[in-house]
Design a protein around this ligand. Structure first.
Ligand code: SF4
Length: 133
């Protein structure tokens, strides 16, 4: 696999130490924190007992490009699929406030249209086994 060649950030990363917590998901909508929080092992332990954290939070990490299964060879396949599914209107409303924009892989790839769709992305959209409704 290829080494990353850019320093762009993945806006849909895992809950891993070294990554940043920057949003929580409520009723299918991402609510971004004003200031991201560094993910620690203690945080991962604390939130993992209630199901995969990626179902309830959004994390940012380093885009791994060719080392990521989602890499298409030229870009991130996740945002391509999200845009195909949601088809957000380009230029629809103001962009959400987001600390990540200057380095975000999705924004670099698809501009503000990615941001419109991003607010609806749950990193791990699987239902937890035994999750409470
Ligand atoms: S709102 Fe835009 S800049 Fe921020 S993480 Fe989502 S796609 Fe990236």
């Amino acid at each position: 696999m290829d080494e990353p060649v850019t320093q762009l950030a993945c806006p849909s990363a895992r809950a891993e130490p070294g990554n940043l917590l920057y949003g929580h998901v409520s009723e299918g909508q991402v609510h971004r924190l004003g200031t991201p929080i560094a993910v620690t092992p203690e945080f991962v332990d604390a939130v993992s007992g209630n199901g995969p954290p990626e179902q309830r939070f959004r994390f940012a990490g380093t885009c791994q490009e060719g080392r990521c299964a989602q890499w298409t060879g030229t870009g991130c396949g996740v945002i391509e699929r999200v845009l195909a599914d949601l088809q957000p209107a380009a230029g629809a409303g103001p962009l959400p406030r987001c600390f990540l924009r200057s380095t975000c892989r999705w924004f670099a790839q698809a501009g503000g249209t990615a941001c419109s769709a991003c607010s609806h992305v749950v990193t791990d959209a699987r239902k937890s086994v035994g999750a409470q409704a």
